[in-house]
Design a protein around this ligand. Structure first.
Ligand code: ATP
Length: 326
């Protein structure tokens, strides 16, 4: 029995945008990542799921009960679902321990464990003015968790965080998953933040659900270039170029979809496809080689810094036969 079932949900927001026939299920303890470009409808969908907006069509079931929107509830929001918006508010001039005590439905001991989990135990005596953006967000998250929700929904939680605070929040979310076993949904326009966390992902495009699968399936087998591009860099090789790498390939007018890490520099004795390195981009933990092969520029990533622009190189496909075409 799924804990959440979204069935044919639609919402007409404006002439230029509507949410269309969104359906998916989520089981208890699952972690769902919702990815989509800015304006693809992520927040609209999350608010409907949380009972903070009314759908124009379809229905959402949470724990087998219909989620009621603000039209049908005096106090908006579905009991058991906690929603952290991009624009949460914390009262000024109040100490964090006061703010948190209002929300607490737990024993003192459990609350303290939760504060440790959210890495806010050292912030309890402070007021809002004495906190950074990332710290405020962790307080807001702890405040939600104190209500012991069964479904936690986070809308763009990483968008205003630097790498250090992003990493702290990611660890917290990982711990919440392990220790509380919560069902959780996170929406992000940067799905790279979701790849390592989510059990499954859905991709939204212009208000429609484009693809639903595991992060790895979507990463290597996107249904179109929009889904492919959302999850990172890729190469599209036409049939003639693809056949340089594998002469047995027939693509029937399609293109071979290859992530940069699916190419490798050819090893000695192995005949790779010859090209010239046009440019090298340093990305920190890897180098991206932009290699010209005839009229194509192919992107390959390597941890080796032993290459130079202008150098001749031979490359090959790493995982031959596991092809994806678009
Ligand atoms: N109250 C509103 N009135 C008019 N248009 C709206 C309203 N709320 C949202 N929209 C439009 O609906 C579309 C979807 O918005 P939504 O906030 O759901 O997208 P999103 O995927 O969450 O975007 P982002 O990643 O930028 O937060 C956008 O084009 C937005 O401009």
């Amino acid at each position: 029995m799924p804990i959440l079932e979204v069935s044919e949900v639609g919402r007409n927001i404006a002439e230029s945008f509507s949410l269309k026939h969104i359906s998916f299920k989520l089981h208890s303890g699952q972690k769902l990542g919702i990815a989509g470009a800015t304006g693809s409808g992520k927040s609209t969908l999350l608010k409907i799921i949380a009972g903070l907006d009314d759908a124009d069509a379809g229905v959402v079931y949470f724990d087998s009960k219909k989620v009621k929107g603000p039209k049908y509830r005096l106090i908006p929001g579905q009991p058991g679902i906690a929603y952290l918006s991009q624009h949460y508010e914390l009262r000024n001039h109040q100490r964090m321990e006061e703010i948190l005590s209002y929300a607490n439905t737990m024993t003192e001991e459990k609350a303290m464990q939760l504060f440790d989990l959210c890495k806010i135990s050292h912030l309890l005596k402070r007021t809002t003015f004495q906190l950074s953006g990332g710290e405020k967000q962790r307080i807001a998250l702890a405040r939600l968790l104190l209500t012991a929700p069964r479904l936690l929904i986070l809308d763009e939680p990483f968008s205003n965080l630097d790498l250090i605070h992003k990493s702290i929040l990611k660890n917290i979310l990982e711990d919440i998953g392990t220790e509380l076993g919560l069902t959780c949904i996170i929406a992000s326009h940067d799905p790279l933040d979701l790849l390592s966390w989510a059990d499954k992902m859905i991709i939204l495009k212009e208000g429609s659900l484009l693809q639903e699968d595991s992060p790895m399936e979507i990463y290597f087998k996107p249904v179109d270039v929009y889904a492919g591009a959302l999850l990172g860099k890729y190469n599209l090789l036409n049939e003639a170029t693809a056949r340089l790498f594998d002469a047995s390939l027939t693509l029937n007018g399609k293109n071979l979809f290859v992530r940069p890490e699916q190419f490798a520099v050819a090893t000695k004795g192995n005949n790779g496809v010859a090209g010239i390195i046009e440019k090298i981009v340093f990305w920190g933990n890897y180098h991206e080689l932009k290699i010209r092969i005839h009229e194509n520029i192919i992107s390959l990533i390597t941890t080796s810094g032993d290459f130079e622009a202008g150098q001749k190189i031979a490359i090959q496909l790493k995982e031959e036969k596991n092809y994806w075409t678009l």
